[in-house]
Design a protein around this ligand. Structure first.
Ligand code: ADP
Ligand code: MG
Ligand code: MG
Length: 253
Protein backbone atom coordinates (compact mmCIF):
# COMPACT_ATOMS: atom_id res chain seq x y z
CA UNK A 1 0.00 0.00 0.00
CA UNK A 2 1.32 3.45 -0.90
CA UNK A 3 -0.66 5.57 1.56
CA UNK A 4 -2.63 4.62 4.61
CA UNK A 5 -4.32 7.20 6.78
CA UNK A 6 -5.67 5.87 10.06
CA UNK A 7 -8.07 7.78 12.29
CA UNK A 8 -6.46 11.12 11.48
CA UNK A 9 -7.46 14.06 13.65
CA UNK A 10 -5.97 17.50 13.07
CA UNK A 11 -6.37 20.97 14.52
CA UNK A 12 -5.93 24.37 13.00
CA UNK A 13 -5.43 27.15 15.53
CA UNK A 14 -6.85 24.99 18.28
CA UNK A 15 -10.00 23.98 16.39
CA UNK A 16 -10.42 20.38 15.34
CA UNK A 17 -10.94 20.28 11.56
CA UNK A 18 -10.17 16.66 10.69
CA UNK A 19 -12.16 14.27 12.87
CA UNK A 20 -11.03 10.77 12.14
CA UNK A 21 -10.05 10.27 8.48
CA UNK A 22 -9.38 6.76 7.19
CA UNK A 23 -8.07 6.28 3.67
CA UNK A 24 -6.08 3.64 1.81
CA UNK A 25 -4.43 4.33 -1.53
CA UNK A 26 -2.57 1.74 -3.58
CA UNK A 27 -0.09 2.41 -6.34
CA UNK A 28 -1.90 2.56 -9.67
CA UNK A 29 -5.03 4.16 -8.24
CA UNK A 30 -6.64 7.53 -8.70
CA UNK A 31 -8.81 8.73 -5.83
CA UNK A 32 -11.06 11.77 -5.87
CA UNK A 33 -11.88 13.57 -2.65
CA UNK A 34 -14.97 15.70 -2.98
CA UNK A 35 -17.04 17.66 -0.53
CA UNK A 36 -18.64 21.01 0.19
CA UNK A 37 -16.55 24.08 1.00
CA UNK A 38 -15.08 24.06 4.47
CA UNK A 39 -15.16 20.25 4.82
CA UNK A 40 -11.44 20.01 5.46
CA UNK A 41 -10.18 18.97 2.00
CA UNK A 42 -7.36 21.52 1.89
CA UNK A 43 -6.60 20.82 5.56
CA UNK A 44 -6.07 17.16 4.70
CA UNK A 45 -3.78 18.11 1.80
CA UNK A 46 -1.84 20.48 4.07
CA UNK A 47 -1.38 17.83 6.76
CA UNK A 48 -0.02 15.45 4.12
CA UNK A 49 2.40 18.14 2.94
CA UNK A 50 3.53 18.77 6.52
CA UNK A 51 2.50 22.39 6.81
CA UNK A 52 3.38 23.71 10.24
CA UNK A 53 0.09 25.35 11.18
CA UNK A 54 -1.67 22.01 11.07
CA UNK A 55 -1.40 20.00 14.27
CA UNK A 56 -2.07 16.28 14.17
CA UNK A 57 -3.64 15.30 17.48
CA UNK A 58 -4.46 11.66 16.81
CA UNK A 59 -3.97 8.95 14.21
CA UNK A 60 -1.27 7.80 11.82
CA UNK A 61 -0.18 8.30 8.24
CA UNK A 62 1.93 5.64 6.53
CA UNK A 63 3.48 6.47 3.18
CA UNK A 64 5.58 4.04 1.18
CA UNK A 65 6.45 2.08 4.32
CA UNK A 66 7.41 5.18 6.31
CA UNK A 67 5.75 7.10 9.11
CA UNK A 68 4.93 10.26 7.18
CA UNK A 69 4.39 12.37 10.27
CA UNK A 70 8.03 11.85 11.24
CA UNK A 71 9.32 13.15 7.90
CA UNK A 72 10.09 16.82 7.29
CA UNK A 73 8.23 18.46 4.40
CA UNK A 74 11.50 18.33 2.41
CA UNK A 75 11.93 14.62 3.02
CA UNK A 76 8.31 14.02 2.03
CA UNK A 77 9.07 15.68 -1.30
CA UNK A 78 12.29 13.65 -1.65
CA UNK A 79 10.22 10.52 -1.04
CA UNK A 80 8.12 11.38 -4.07
CA UNK A 81 5.16 13.16 -2.54
CA UNK A 82 3.93 16.10 -4.58
CA UNK A 83 1.28 18.63 -3.70
CA UNK A 84 -0.37 21.13 -6.00
CA UNK A 85 -2.04 23.66 -3.76
CA UNK A 86 -5.37 25.37 -4.22
CA UNK A 87 -3.51 28.70 -4.05
CA UNK A 88 -0.05 28.22 -5.62
CA UNK A 89 2.62 30.42 -4.05
CA UNK A 90 4.63 32.98 -5.96
CA UNK A 91 8.41 32.86 -5.52
CA UNK A 92 9.88 36.14 -6.77
CA UNK A 93 13.50 35.96 -7.84
CA UNK A 94 13.52 32.20 -8.40
CA UNK A 95 12.94 31.04 -11.93
CA UNK A 96 10.83 28.00 -12.71
CA UNK A 97 13.87 26.37 -14.28
CA UNK A 98 16.11 26.89 -11.26
CA UNK A 99 13.47 25.71 -8.81
CA UNK A 100 12.90 22.54 -10.79
CA UNK A 101 16.58 21.90 -11.37
CA UNK A 102 17.24 22.00 -7.63
CA UNK A 103 14.19 19.86 -6.88
CA UNK A 104 14.86 17.24 -9.54
CA UNK A 105 18.50 16.83 -8.52
CA UNK A 106 17.64 16.74 -4.81
CA UNK A 107 15.28 13.85 -5.48
CA UNK A 108 17.83 12.06 -7.67
CA UNK A 109 20.57 12.46 -5.05
CA UNK A 110 18.23 11.14 -2.37
CA UNK A 111 17.54 8.08 -4.51
CA UNK A 112 21.23 7.57 -5.16
CA UNK A 113 20.85 8.48 -8.83
CA UNK A 114 23.20 10.67 -10.80
CA UNK A 115 22.27 14.33 -11.20
CA UNK A 116 21.04 15.41 -14.62
CA UNK A 117 23.43 17.56 -16.57
CA UNK A 118 22.28 20.84 -18.09
CA UNK A 119 21.40 19.30 -21.46
CA UNK A 120 19.45 16.38 -20.05
CA UNK A 121 17.57 18.71 -17.75
CA UNK A 122 16.61 21.09 -20.56
CA UNK A 123 15.40 18.14 -22.64
CA UNK A 124 13.20 17.04 -19.74
CA UNK A 125 11.76 20.55 -19.34
CA UNK A 126 11.07 20.80 -23.06
CA UNK A 127 9.29 17.48 -23.20
CA UNK A 128 7.12 18.17 -20.15
CA UNK A 129 6.28 21.75 -21.07
CA UNK A 130 4.92 20.44 -24.37
CA UNK A 131 2.78 18.00 -22.48
CA UNK A 132 0.97 20.80 -20.64
CA UNK A 133 1.25 23.21 -23.57
CA UNK A 134 3.20 25.66 -21.45
CA UNK A 135 4.98 28.37 -23.43
CA UNK A 136 8.79 28.19 -23.09
CA UNK A 137 8.85 31.78 -21.82
CA UNK A 138 7.36 30.58 -18.53
CA UNK A 139 10.48 28.52 -17.84
CA UNK A 140 12.69 31.53 -17.23
CA UNK A 141 10.09 33.56 -15.36
CA UNK A 142 9.91 33.74 -11.57
CA UNK A 143 7.77 30.95 -10.17
CA UNK A 144 4.13 31.92 -10.52
CA UNK A 145 4.89 35.64 -10.29
CA UNK A 146 2.35 37.54 -12.35
CA UNK A 147 0.91 34.30 -13.72
CA UNK A 148 -2.85 34.23 -14.19
CA UNK A 149 -4.84 31.77 -12.12
CA UNK A 150 -4.98 29.31 -15.01
CA UNK A 151 -1.26 29.68 -15.77
CA UNK A 152 -0.41 28.92 -12.13
CA UNK A 153 -2.46 25.74 -12.23
CA UNK A 154 -0.90 24.68 -15.48
CA UNK A 155 2.54 25.43 -14.05
CA UNK A 156 1.77 23.19 -11.09
CA UNK A 157 0.96 20.33 -13.41
CA UNK A 158 4.12 21.07 -15.34
CA UNK A 159 6.16 20.86 -12.12
CA UNK A 160 4.40 17.62 -11.31
CA UNK A 161 5.22 16.17 -14.72
CA UNK A 162 8.90 17.10 -14.33
CA UNK A 163 9.16 15.65 -10.82
CA UNK A 164 7.25 12.46 -11.70
CA UNK A 165 6.02 11.89 -8.11
CA UNK A 166 5.00 8.61 -6.55
CA UNK A 167 1.96 10.24 -4.98
CA UNK A 168 0.50 13.47 -6.32
CA UNK A 169 -2.19 15.37 -4.49
CA UNK A 170 -3.96 18.02 -6.49
CA UNK A 171 -6.01 20.43 -4.43
CA UNK A 172 -8.73 22.02 -6.57
CA UNK A 173 -6.40 22.32 -9.53
CA UNK A 174 -9.57 22.70 -11.60
CA UNK A 175 -10.95 25.81 -9.93
CA UNK A 176 -10.76 28.87 -12.13
CA UNK A 177 -9.87 26.92 -15.27
CA UNK A 178 -11.70 27.32 -18.53
CA UNK A 179 -12.55 24.20 -20.46
CA UNK A 180 -9.37 24.20 -22.60
CA UNK A 181 -7.08 24.64 -19.60
CA UNK A 182 -9.04 21.97 -17.79
CA UNK A 183 -8.43 19.52 -20.60
CA UNK A 184 -4.71 20.33 -20.65
CA UNK A 185 -4.42 19.89 -16.90
CA UNK A 186 -6.35 16.61 -17.05
CA UNK A 187 -4.18 15.42 -19.91
CA UNK A 188 -1.05 16.13 -17.86
CA UNK A 189 -2.48 14.18 -14.95
CA UNK A 190 -3.57 11.27 -17.12
CA UNK A 191 -0.08 11.00 -18.60
CA UNK A 192 1.29 10.57 -15.08
CA UNK A 193 -1.03 7.68 -14.33
CA UNK A 194 0.85 4.42 -14.09
CA UNK A 195 1.01 1.22 -12.09
CA UNK A 196 3.79 2.69 -9.96
CA UNK A 197 2.15 5.86 -8.71
CA UNK A 198 -1.09 7.20 -7.35
CA UNK A 199 -3.00 10.45 -7.59
CA UNK A 200 -5.43 12.07 -5.20
CA UNK A 201 -7.58 14.67 -6.87
CA UNK A 202 -9.35 17.06 -4.53
CA UNK A 203 -12.27 18.81 -6.14
CA UNK A 204 -15.49 20.52 -5.29
CA UNK A 205 -16.98 19.86 -8.71
CA UNK A 206 -17.65 16.76 -10.75
CA UNK A 207 -16.53 18.45 -14.00
CA UNK A 208 -12.83 17.57 -13.70
CA UNK A 209 -13.72 13.93 -13.19
CA UNK A 210 -15.11 13.73 -16.71
CA UNK A 211 -11.50 14.06 -17.82
CA UNK A 212 -9.65 12.38 -14.97
CA UNK A 213 -11.71 9.29 -14.33
CA UNK A 214 -11.10 8.18 -10.74
CA UNK A 215 -11.08 4.61 -9.46
CA UNK A 216 -12.53 5.72 -6.13
CA UNK A 217 -14.52 8.73 -4.95
CA UNK A 218 -14.72 9.83 -1.31
CA UNK A 219 -16.93 12.51 0.15
CA UNK A 220 -15.42 14.54 2.95
CA UNK A 221 -17.91 16.34 5.14
CA UNK A 222 -17.23 18.08 8.43
CA UNK A 223 -13.82 16.48 8.75
CA UNK A 224 -14.83 12.89 8.04
CA UNK A 225 -15.16 10.69 4.98
CA UNK A 226 -18.89 10.07 5.05
CA UNK A 227 -19.22 8.16 1.81
CA UNK A 228 -16.95 6.24 -0.58
CA UNK A 229 -17.70 4.63 -3.90
CA UNK A 230 -16.62 4.29 -7.50
CA UNK A 231 -16.67 6.95 -10.20
CA UNK A 232 -20.47 6.83 -10.32
CA UNK A 233 -20.59 8.48 -6.89
CA UNK A 234 -19.28 11.70 -8.47
CA UNK A 235 -22.16 11.68 -10.95
CA UNK A 236 -24.63 11.02 -8.18
CA UNK A 237 -23.25 14.05 -6.30
CA UNK A 238 -23.49 16.15 -9.44
CA UNK A 239 -27.12 15.19 -9.81
CA UNK A 240 -28.22 15.46 -6.20
CA UNK A 241 -25.80 18.09 -4.86
CA UNK A 242 -24.17 17.97 -1.46
CA UNK A 243 -27.45 18.60 0.40
CA UNK A 244 -28.15 14.93 -0.07
CA UNK A 245 -25.04 14.10 2.00
CA UNK A 246 -25.75 16.85 4.51
CA UNK A 247 -29.38 15.81 4.93
CA UNK A 248 -28.38 12.18 5.16
CA UNK A 249 -26.09 13.09 8.01
CA UNK A 250 -28.69 15.11 9.85
CA UNK A 251 -31.15 12.25 9.66
CA UNK A 252 -28.63 9.97 11.28
CA UNK A 253 -27.79 12.33 14.13
P1 ADP B 1 -12.12 22.84 2.09
O1 ADP B 1 -10.80 22.76 1.43
O2 ADP B 1 -12.86 21.55 2.12
O3 ADP B 1 -12.97 23.95 1.55
P2 ADP B 1 -10.56 23.73 4.37
O4 ADP B 1 -9.70 22.60 4.76
O5 ADP B 1 -9.96 24.84 3.61
O6 ADP B 1 -11.87 23.18 3.65
O7 ADP B 1 -11.19 24.35 5.69
C1 ADP B 1 -11.85 23.57 6.68
C2 ADP B 1 -12.12 24.43 7.88
O8 ADP B 1 -10.89 24.76 8.51
C3 ADP B 1 -12.81 25.73 7.56
O9 ADP B 1 -13.76 25.99 8.56
C4 ADP B 1 -11.67 26.73 7.58
O10 ADP B 1 -12.14 27.99 7.96
C5 ADP B 1 -10.75 26.17 8.63
N1 ADP B 1 -9.36 26.48 8.36
C6 ADP B 1 -8.59 25.97 7.38
N2 ADP B 1 -7.34 26.49 7.39
C7 ADP B 1 -7.32 27.38 8.41
C8 ADP B 1 -6.32 28.25 8.96
N3 ADP B 1 -5.09 28.29 8.45
N4 ADP B 1 -6.68 29.00 10.01
C9 ADP B 1 -7.93 28.94 10.54
N5 ADP B 1 -8.90 28.15 10.08
C10 ADP B 1 -8.62 27.37 9.03
MG1 MG C 1 -12.57 25.63 0.03
MG1 MG D 1 -9.95 23.72 -0.17
Amino acid sequence: MLLEIKNLHANVEGTEILKGINLKVNAGEVHAIMGPNGSGKSTLASVLAGREEYEVTEGEIWYNGKNLLELSPEDRAREGLFLAFQYPVEIPGVSNTNLLKTAVNEIRKYRGEEELDAMEFLELLKEKSKLVELDQKFLSRSVNEGFSGGEKKRNEIFQMAVLNPKLAILDETDSGLDIDALRIVANGVNKLRSKENAIIVVTHYQRLLNYIVPDFVHVLYKGKIVKSGGKELALELEEKGYDWIKNGKSEVT
